[in-house]
Design a protein around this ligand. Sequence first.
Ligand SMILES: [Zn+2]
Length: 490
Amino acid sequence: MNESKVKIRYFLCLFIVINTLPLQAKANRGSESGANSIRIFRAGAAVSNITPPLDEPIVGGWNSPPATHVHDELYAKCLVLDDGKIRLVFVVCDNLGIAREVYDTAKRVIHEKTGIPPENMMTSATHTHSSISARGANRLIQNKELSDYQQFLVTRIADGVRRAVNNLEPARIGWGSGQEPTQVFNRRYFMKPGTRVPNPFGGKDKVIMNPGRGNPNILKAAGPTDPEIAFLSIQSVEGRPIALLANYSLHYVGPRDQGAISADYFGVFADRIRQLLGADRIAPPFVGIISNGTSGDINNINWLKKQQKRFASYEKMRQVADLVAKAVYKAHQKVEFHDWVQLNVMQKELTLAVRKPTEEQIAYAHRMLEKPDDAKPYHRHEKVYARRTLQMHESPEEVSVILQTFRIGDLGICAIPFEVFVEIGLEIKTKSPFAQTFTISHANGSYGYLPTVAQHELGGYETWLGTNMVEVKAAPKIVRMLISMFERLR
Ligand SMILES: [Zn+2]
């Protein structure tokens, strides 16, 4: 071959390469492998049924009746987001609160099957008060042996996430927030001077939880509320709804039937938002999710007013879910969807001191347990808390908990393994460097209430030793760590 022929061949090859480049890029964009140079955002969602068997005790109240019926099915709702570099997993389960070892085991299985690092997975519970226990006997001790239901949860959560990964497709994402101030009330109240406010440790509190409807001795609520319903919405590139993950700071709603399993308003919300978004019966099925915000001191009852009407079982939760879904739907009209956003995650462990009883509290607990059952109690739950006092005394000295922060564009999400007081969620929203931020509580473990230091001083149910399990200064430590993690993600 002479020199000029070689030159012609060279230029011909160059011409072909240059002209086919955009074509190859296009092919990559649509391929499952994901291109490095072209940013493709993908998402997938799926649900797993986690309805427990009948006959086990339903937890969340003072008595635990055995489950005799299923009013509505329970689910682990799974969402996977992928920006081409990082994959994030969000799982929200219909349960009161799930032990860390259950989540850790599920994360290990998911990691083995999908390669997603466990730190990229947020796993949480809604805090429905109508399911069976997924916690161990002592929440401060990790159980090596999981119960049958805990083992079932591991498999179902892992399967749900794997199915969400199978459903990954090019997607668009947006977020926003609505307001529903009429359904949240701070449930802790200051009472008029002279009102008897005993606690189960033989002392007196400054505030009382759920003081009774229209109680004339109520002075005022002891804290704020957070009316915001934050949400993130994901749809296919053609606009087919894939999933919506909302977050509202409301404990749970009720009323419900004794012995009936139910996802409470969290389940009704999912149905309602699916209906409003026109996402019924599509494939893959749309997944509506609402996570619990910071609702440790919040509920759905206005104690300042005498009850106007008696609600039938499940009537109130339908009403609340309808209002919350409508507020989200209204805000959803203004959501700006992005074809691609940057994802990031940071997880850290924080060691907290376990709260211990004083010598006097231990002695008082022994006295209460020796008291005859027919003797007049100083407080109606004194024996329950006597047992909890002794359990706290025998518990480990410290506990290590998972804290997580996520970045989705300029939206920040953090996850805390407690029943977090609303003041803490509001503080995080104010201090976060992100344009919008929300907190998912009951996440990656379940260690009781997290009051602020100021609320600890007022006493009340949520601060009692045994309901609260970690050091009084846990909240400021957690907030400080989360904000510094957010700043590093930014
Ligand atoms: Zn609760």
